[in-house]
Design a protein around this ligand. Structure first.
Ligand code: FPP
Length: 250
């Protein structure tokens, strides 16, 4: 992961720059409940969710977090009502098209991970276009998990490695953690230091199962569309209090 050193803007005084997470992952939960509370259709929650995500990305960049990964659509989300799924696909496409110029000017490198081949063709076109146009950007790595499932990712890695063994390109004893990681969607990006989930749910929901082995988990009761800079600040303060031992004794 190459991310150039940023000029930090507005880093709150109570946060230590050296102890910031390098990579933050976020499960953006609670859009539907947010909309219901406002008496709005669920899709309005997703619309407001985009604003919250943009704000978090801006904040990560301002404060010097090198990578942000957001869970936009899981492999299980296809089971939602058809009109909601269609709305989300349309929303993703429109947001990428609308935001691409700003992503470029803000030096954001965008990457989509997941089984992209099952997404609508027009969305795939925008996805690959945005990845190509931002591939040399170094301000922040922004990964969007779309049609993503952690178990599916692990199975995909197993298939690729098994094929190489079958072809004689690898021996079974060559298989280790480093080799496995080379086949993950997230190759080249460090593991999340902090994983945030909103709306109070205490689950990881098939997100980055391999990568979060030693991530610090932070659950906020706030519904995703209301997750703002102040909430992120709280999450970072909590993170900086954690004693990360990685299974060892200090
Ligand atoms: C979960 O809330 C949210 C989602 C499944 C969609 C999240 C997507 C966005 C915020 C748009 C991101 C856009 C781009 C281009 C990256 P929920 O619907 O499960 O809420 P609920 O639990 O209250 O029903």
């Amino acid at each position: 992961m190459t991310v150039k050193p940023t000029v930090l803007r507005d880093l709150p005084a109570d946060l230590e720059r050296e102890k910031l997470p390098r990579h933050v992952a976020v499960i953006m939960d609670g859009n539907g409940r947010w909309a219901k509370r406002q008496g709005l259709p669920r899709i309005m929650g997703h619309r407001r969710g985009v604003d919250a995500l943009k704000e978090l990305l801006r904040c990560c960049k301002d404060w010097g977090v090198q990578a942000l990964t957001a869970y936009a659509f899981s492999t299980e989300n296809w089971g939602r009502p058809l009109e909601e799924v269609e709305f989300l696909m349309m929303l993703f496409e429109r947001v990428i098209r609308q935001e691409i110029d700003e992503l470029i000017s803000e030096d954001v490198r965008i990457k989509f991970v997941g089984n992209l081949t099952s997404l609508p063709g027009t969305l795939q076109t925008e996805i690959y276009r945005s990845m190509n146009l931002t591939q040399h950007n170094q301000g922040i790595q922004f990964t969007v998990a779309t049609n993503y499932g952690g178990r599916q990712e692990i199975i995909q890695v197993c298939r690729e490695i098994a094929t190489k063994v079958q072809q004689g390109k690898l021996q079974p004893e060559d298989i280790n953690e480093a080799l496995f990681e080379q086949h993950l969607y997230t190759v080249g990006t460090c593991h999340p230091d902090l994983m945030i989930r909103t709306s109070g749910e205490m689950r990881v929901s098939n997100f980055l199962l391999w990568q979060i082995a030693y991530s610090e988990l932070y659950v906020s009761d706030t519904l995703w569309p209301d997750f703002d800079r102040a909430e992120f600040h709280r999450a970072l303060c909590a993170y900086q209090q954690r004693d990360r031992r990685f299974g060892k004794v200090n």
